[in-house]
Write a protein that binds this ligand. Structure first.
Ligand SMILES: [Zn+2]
Ligand SMILES: [Zn+2]
Length: 357
C-alpha cells in the first residue's frame, strides 16, 4: 500500500485505476492507452473520431463539464486548470508553484474534441532542453547549467467556428494609374487614382476558425508551434486527463464568436477589395448574414515547461504531437550589445569600402 501512496504522489493522477493491480494509471501518449506505472498493464483507449459540431443555439446553453472534474487555481500566478476530481495534489504547470488550491468554480462547458498527446514527456523534456541550449542570445552560464524545473502536459482551450457567410456590399474604391505629361518638352509621369462605385454579393464557407479560449499562452508562441492537424481530432474523453491537465477557458464562447466574426469581416473585406484590384477604399459598407453556424470546444496538447534563472521564471511550450518548441528564454545583455556593436562595425566597414571604390 505504501507503494501506491508513493505512486499517487508521483503520478498525481488517481482518477483511473489499473485493472490488474489497482495502482493509478496515466494516459500514455506513445501507446494511446491508460498505462500502469506499477505493473506495466495497458488498457488501450478506443477513441471515437466522429466529431460533431454544436449548433450555434447551444452557445448560450451548452452541456456542462460536471461530475468528474474540478477547477484548481495557482495561488502564485493565478492560472486555472481543470483536473480529474480524484487527483490529490498538483503543482502549477506555468510557474511550478505547489500552492494550488481547489476553487468552487465549475469547469463550465465540456470539451467536444481534443487532439491527444502523441509525444511522451521524456521526449518533450529532451526537445525542450535541446532548444534552450541552442538559443544564441541566452547567457552561456544559463545554457551550461540549464535544467527544467517542471514540465507538464496541459491541454489549451480553443473555440472553433464554422459558418456560411453571405455579404452584400456597396462602396467606392479607387485604383492607381500612371499618367504621362510633358513639361518644357520633357516627358514626366505621375500617379493618379480612378474612383469607381461597386456593389454585389459574396458567399463564403468558413471551416474551423480558431479563437483561443484563454490568455495564458501568447498568440505569437501558439503560432510558432503550429500546426495542429485536424486529422488528429478525436471526440473528447475524460481519460485524456489521467496524468494531464486542461487549462480552464477564460474567454466565453460568445465572446470568442465575436472575435471570429471580426476575422470573417476582415477576410471578406480584403477579398472584395482584392477582387477589384483596388488600391484605395473610400468607403465600403458590408452587410453580413451567417447561416448554419456551429462551434466546437477543442483542446490542444501542449507541454508547458518552467525554467528558473536568477530568480526569474521562463516558460517554454512544446507541441504535444510534433514536438516543436518555443517560449521564453533569458537573454544575455552582453551578447546583445556585442552583436549590435558587430553589426555597427560591419556597416561602418561597408561604408568605408564603398567610399574607397
Ligand atoms: Zn497495475
Ligand atoms: Zn502558477
Amino acid at each position: 500500500m505504501a507503494d501506491f501512496e508513493q505512486m499517487n504522489n508521483l503520478s498525481e493522477a488517481i482518477g483511473y485505476k489499473c485493472e490488474g493491480c489497482g495502482a493509478p494509471v496515466e494516459f500514455d501518449p506513445a501507446t494511446q492507452s491508460l498505462k500502469c506505472n506499477h505493473c506495466g498493464c495497458e488498457t488501450k483507449i478506443e477513441f471515437n473520431d466522429q466529431i460533431e459540431e454544436r449548433s450555434f443555439e447551444e452557445i448560450f446553453d451548452c452541456e456542462q463539464w460536471a461530475g468528474g472534474v474540478k477547477v484548481i487555481q495557482c495561488q502564485n500566478c493565478g492560472a486555472k486548470e481543470v483536473l480529474d476530481k480524484n487527483e490529490i495534489s498538483s503543482s502549477c504547470p506555468f510557474c511550478g508553484s505547489p500552492s494550488v488550491l481547489e476553487t468552487s468554480e465549475l469547469a463550465g462547458i465540456k470539451p467536444d474534441t481534443a487532439i491527444p498527446f502523441k509525444m511522451q514527456k521524456q521526449a518533450a523534456t529532451a526537445k525542450c532542453l535541446k532548444w534552450l541550449k541552442s538559443r544564441f542570445f541566452a547567457p552561456s552560464e544559463f545554457k551550461k547549467n540549464v535544467k527544467i524545473n517542471s514540465l507538464k502536459g496541459c491541454y489549451l482551450p480553443t473555440w472553433t467556428f464554422d459558418c456560411n457567410t453571405s455579404v452584400f456590399y456597396e462602396g467606392q474604391l479607387g485604383k492607381h494609374y500612371t499618367e504621362t505629361y510633358v513639361v518644357n518638352g520633357k516627358t514626366m509621369t505621375r500617379t493618379k487614382t480612378r474612383y469607381f462605385h461597386v456593389s454585389g454579393r459574396l458567399s463564403k464557407n468558413y471551416n474551423d476558425i480558431y479563437v483561443k479560449g484563454s490568455e495564458v499562452v501568447n498568440d505569437k508562441y501558439l503560432q510558432r508551434i503550429q500546426p495542429f492537424d485536424m486529422n488528429d481530432y478525436v471526440k473528447y474523453d475524460d481519460k485524456l486527463l489521467a496524468g494531464f491537465e486542461a487549462n480552464h477557458y477564460t474567454i466565453q464562447p460568445i465572446e470568442a464568436w465575436h472575435q471570429a466574426e471580426e476575422m470573417i469581416k476582415a477576410s471578406c473585406q480584403s477579398e472584395i477589395v482584392a477582387s477589384y484590384g483596388a488600391d484605395v477604399v473610400v468607403y465600403l459598407n458590408l452587410s453580413f448574414t451567417h447561416h448554419s453556424k456551429s462551434f466546437k470546444y477543442l483542446l490542444l496538447p501542449v507541454y508547458i515547461s518552467a525554467t528558473n534563472y536568477k530568480n526569474k521564471l521562463y516558460n517554454q511550450y512544446v507541441n504535444g504531437v510534433n514536438g516543436k518548441v518555443t517560449g521564453h528564454v533569458p537573454k544575455s545583455p552582453l551578447k546583445i550589445t556585442l552583436t549590435c556593436l558587430l553589426g555597427v562595425a560591419v556597416l561602418a566597414g561597408l561604408v568605408l569600402l564603398l567610399g574607397a571604390l
